[in-house]
Design a protein around this ligand. Structure first.
Ligand code: PEP
Ligand code: MG
Length: 662
């Protein structure tokens, strides 16, 4: 896509008008993202396609849409009604080394500040700060009539605002959401229950909040995922009324692209963002391997997390420049810095396009050391894009995410069909599948788990599936049936004890007798330190290890990967984690087994040479990172990587590891 601002509302509307001319379904995808209907404006906008990204269209077979594809592609190439600057792919190939830009502050006013780089890219714009809101209200009130009137006024005002929002938007999906909110506000059950609270002597705010919160909690507990998600809508309207009752002004997001500044952004917040308006994200808390950061990366929104509470003091509309590669941000930057950033953004686009041209070639260092580059996916339809991005294998299929795509627990047949889709698309390339890793911060709506004090230290991954062996058996049968002797690698998550591995392997061996599979390897994820420490024993029994550095980091440093304050300190390049990786690789190689890395560290430009130097055999990452990582590796010398890795193992902190070779 060559439009300067990507697929924003105007070109997207043109695209919808064009695709709607055809009866057959037309779907579109950005890079390795999910396919969405090209006839839905909201879906198109939610793609957040930026200049330089690839759009892939597919049409319903045997329909008029197939004929229409060439017309659609031509319209996109011509800019969908906008003037476009073609993307220059004829670049000098001498400098393809991905670089992390650091801002050069050239005036005293450009105060550089640092957070954690969470999602690549440069972005700037006016700040839009959402502070956690405080609502002060008395719990009790003496006059029911007054409270009832206050509530009526609040309901009336908020409903009016919603009507205005509906009138203003052209987007059907947004209209539908707000229409549903209106219906909720008119719900007689809700009004009746809040009135009951008032009769018990509560203030309007207290009666309202108590009822909304209990209704939201009841909604959340529902088995049906879609219904459970309506709890967020209830809280949404709940907060709007409460804000009105407490005299707290509603915040209205700016119309032009802004830098969203928040305390923290949950994965679902990121997924709901209006990508056309959110140029970048800056949060006070959070770490690079929290699932919210992973989602920001998948959406391609530049993000810095864990930058400290002071970011909430930034004034609305102050210009903020963020660098999602270095973690630096500048408040009120000098105009020349913005120019520099624009220039740099173009340069990065060019580097990316150059790297993409060679993405199908292997990753071989200057001194001829090759490493396998694979993709992490959680959506079966992402396989094709992964292959097109240069993935030589799928190094991690997060099957819990595949499960989440179904509203009810998928049967063995449905699972088999899902796995078959991935294997078919891989056309002979290996598939590393992780068995269900539910629990921790990944609940499965139709597999309700008792709430735990410490879910990350509780029933998650293999600990859960070993207690529900029929679930594991069913998944293994579906996998073996789908394999048809193609290269299938199955690994178990969260193995911490040798007994767990043996118990899981025994279940697989039993299933395998009934469903033989010729090209199968069985391994484990190394993400609990005890497994890394026992690697010399485990290596004798497994076929491979895949190191999950996200969890290995959280468990080694004892920092919850989503902890609002501490996760910023959970850096996978901490020498303690490198020592565990080193020990794992040595043990595996001693017994002729291979080792991959499938945590976020695998695509970190600072980590790539160190992990290579430690001798890992495969790096598996989000497929959008593959072209650049391959380009980086082609400029490395393996012997230098070994020296670097050796130095890293001697360091005393992640900061000193990151400073090596700087
Ligand atoms: C990991 O822990 O590094 C990993 C790849 O698994 P997940 O991020 O899905 O927990
Ligand atoms: Mg993990």
């Amino acid at each position: 896509m060559a439009n300067a601002h990507g697929l924003h509302a105007r070109p997207a509307t043109q695209l919808v008008n064009l695709t709607k001319k055809f009866q057959g379904e037309i779907h579109v995808q950005v890079d390795d993202g999910a396919f969405v209907s090209a006839k839905s404006l909201t879906k198109l906008l939610s793609l957040g396609c930026q200049r330089g990204q690839h759009l892939t269209f597919i049409a319903e077979p045997d329909s008029d849409a197939v004929e229409g594809l060439s017309q659609i592609i031509a319209a996109v190439q011509q800019g969908l009604g906008e003037e476009i600057q073609p993307i220059d792919t004829q670049q000098n190939t001498a400098n393809t080394q991905p670089e992390i830009l650091t801002f050069e502050s050239n005036t005293d006013t450009d105060a550089k500040t640092q957070g954690i780089a969470a999602s690549t890219g440069l972005a700037y714009g006016p700040a839009y700060v959402i502070k956690p809101r405080q609502y002060d209200y008395p719990r009790l009130a003496s006059n029911i009539k007054d409270e009832s009137l206050k509530l009526d006024i609040a309901l009336h005002t908020v409903k009016n605002n919603i009507y205005q929002l509906i009138a203003k938007t052209d987007v059907d999906d947004i209209k539908q959401i707000f229409t549903a909110h209106l219906e909720m506000l008119d719900d007689p059950e809700l009004i009746h229950n809040v009135q009951k609270g008032l009769k018990q002597g509560l203030s309007a705010a207290a009666a309202w909040h108590d009822y909304i919160e209990s209704a939201a909690q009841a909604q959340e507990a529902l088995q049906d995922r879609l219904l459970a998600e309506r709890a967020a809508d209830l809280r949404d309207i709940g907060e709007r009324i409460l804000a009105h009752l407490c005299g707290v002004e509603e915040q209205i997001a700016p119309d032009s692209p802004y830098i969203l500044i928040m305390q923290d952004v949950g994965p679902s917040d990121v997924a709901r963002l209006n990508k056309e308006r959110v140029a970048g994200i800056l949060t006070a808390v959070g770490g690079a391997s929290a699932h919210s950061a992973i989602v920001a990366r998948a959406l391609g929104i530049p993000a810095i997390v864990g930058a400290g509470q002071h970011v909430l003091d930034i004034q609305n509309n102050e210009t903020v420049l963020i660098n999602g590669d270095s973690g630096e941000f500048i408040i009120q930057p000098d105009a020349t810095l913005i120019e520099q950033a624009i220039h740099e953004r173009e340069r990065q686009h060019t580097l990316r396009l150059e790297a993409e041209k060679h993405c199908m070639a292997p990753a071989i260092t200057l001194d001829h050391h090759q490493i396998e580059i694979a993709a992490n996916i959680g959506n079966i339809h992402a396989t094709e894009q992964a292959v097109n991005d240069g993935a030589e294998a799928i190094g991690l299929l997060r099957t819990e995410l595949v499960f989440m795509a179904h509203q009810n627990a998928p049967s063995e047949e449905i699972q088999q069909a899902d796995y078959r889709t991935v294997l078919d698309t891989l056309a002979g390339r290996p598939l590393v599948v992780r068995t269900l890793d539910v629990g921790g911060d990944k609940p499965l709506p139709y597999l309700p788990l008792p709430s735990e004090e410490n879910p990350f230290l509780g029933l998650r991954g293999i600990r859960l599936t070993l207690r529900k062996p029929e679930l594991l058996q069913q998944q293994l049968i579906a996998l073996l049936k789908a394999a048809d002797d193609r290269p299938l690698r199955i690994m178990f998550p969260m193995i911490g004890r040798v007994e767990e591995w043996r118990a899981a392997k025994a279940i697989l061996d039993e299933v395998r007798q009934q469903y033989p599979c010729k090209n199968l390897q069985v391994g484990i994820m190394i993400e609990v330190p005890s497994a890394a420490l026992l690697a010399p024993i485990l290596a004798q029994e497994v076929d491979f290890f895949s190191i999950g550095t996200n969890d290995l980091t959280q468990y080694t440093l004892a920092i919850d990967r989503g902890h609002p304050l501490l996760s910023a300190e959970a850096d996978g390049l901490h020498p303690s984690i490198l020592l565990l990786i080193d020990q794992t690789v040595r043990a595996a190689h001693q017994y002729g087994k291979w080792v991959g890395i499938c945590g976020e560290l695998a695509a970190d430009p600072k980590a790539v040479p160190i992990l290579m130097g430690l001798g890992v055999d495969e790096l598996s990452m989000s497929s959008t990172s593959i072209p650049l990582v391959k380009a980086q590796i082609r400029q490395l010398n393996f012997t230098d990587c070994q020296t670097l890795a050796h130095q890293a193992l001697q360091c005393d902190s992640a900061t000193s590891v990151r400073a090596l070779g700087a």
